[in-house]
Ligand binder design. Sequence first.
Ligand SMILES: [Zn+2]
Length: 385
Amino acid sequence: MSLHGGSSGAPPAVGNAISYGGNGVSADTSRAVAIVSSQRLRLTPNKDHQPDTYDDLQSYFSPSIFSSLEGHMPPSMLGVARDDKVKFMQEILLKYLPPKIVKGHGEYKQKIISNYQPLHRELYSMNPTSFFVPSFLKAINDNTEQSFRSIMSEPHPGIFTFEMFHPHFCELLISEVENFEKWVNETKFQIMRPNTMNSYGAVLDDFGLETMLEKLMENFIRPISKVFFTEVGGATLDSHHGFVVEYGKDRDADLGFHVDDSEVTLNVCLGKQFSGGELFFRGMRCDKHVNTGTHSEEIFDYCHVPGRAVLHRGRHRHGARATISGHRINLLLWCRSSVYREMKKYQKDFSTWCGECNREKKEKQRASIAAMKLELFRREGESTA
Ligand SMILES: [Zn+2]
């Protein structure tokens, strides 16, 4: 039984992102995996059922939560292996508790950091000359729109791509993630996946890379976003969610159509060898228009190149096609702006970048011009009559 939508059927919603129904019509804004009706929780717990013990469980949530939640599980779930029960329950719990806000996240992270032995310590503090290719570094140091433009291509409006990481950095980061995964498997530590759309991958912030990624956002992504994404808070990016996703055999296959819970998303392919896995973009949309149709001029597909970054607005609808062969690992940095989010609450007409808002606005203008012309024509007719 699969609790995840996986590659078939409707993709489950993302931790913080919004995911679409399989037909692309209905928006599912829930925070976690879609649970099919047969797997619904019972309103009253089964009192005859003796729950498993979870005291030894290394999890983000306390053992007592699992014991009490177990009685509420659907009857068909009561007899399955403890690991499967844990998985099922964690997904429900995560649905209501955004990971970074929830109390206890600090302890969870601390537990990992004090037990996990990093393989490449040099990754844990920002070292621009060994992380980035010289062209990227120079553009950042020059810090002008012209210098950014000189290393970037904008193959589609609002989507920027550029050479970013050194191949050696990519290799180290991949091997660090693999080492972390190995540790997770050996210790049976119940880690939280980056979001519920991905069953593989890891939150880099949770195992010690938070400070480095904070610098990456502040000193490298914010200056670029300030120029290209001002209207979505590009200049005031102040928090991030950094993670890797893995695709291929024994990993996730593809990623459903969705928007990110970010103002600006950095997506860098780290490797390795793979075919398929193209990103498909389908226009930027505000909350209100997130499920509207795509227009031909909004269609854009992008093939990942290891080391190369893609930078786009979080509200630029996208997904990833199946990785057909090999193994693909991407670094994702969701950058957010509290200032922008706060302002968005109070101001109307905030979505100048939304394809549909723009279309509506143009349509209104066209209609009013047409009405005006008609009126002039009528008056002319009257005066000549
Ligand atoms: Zn809109």
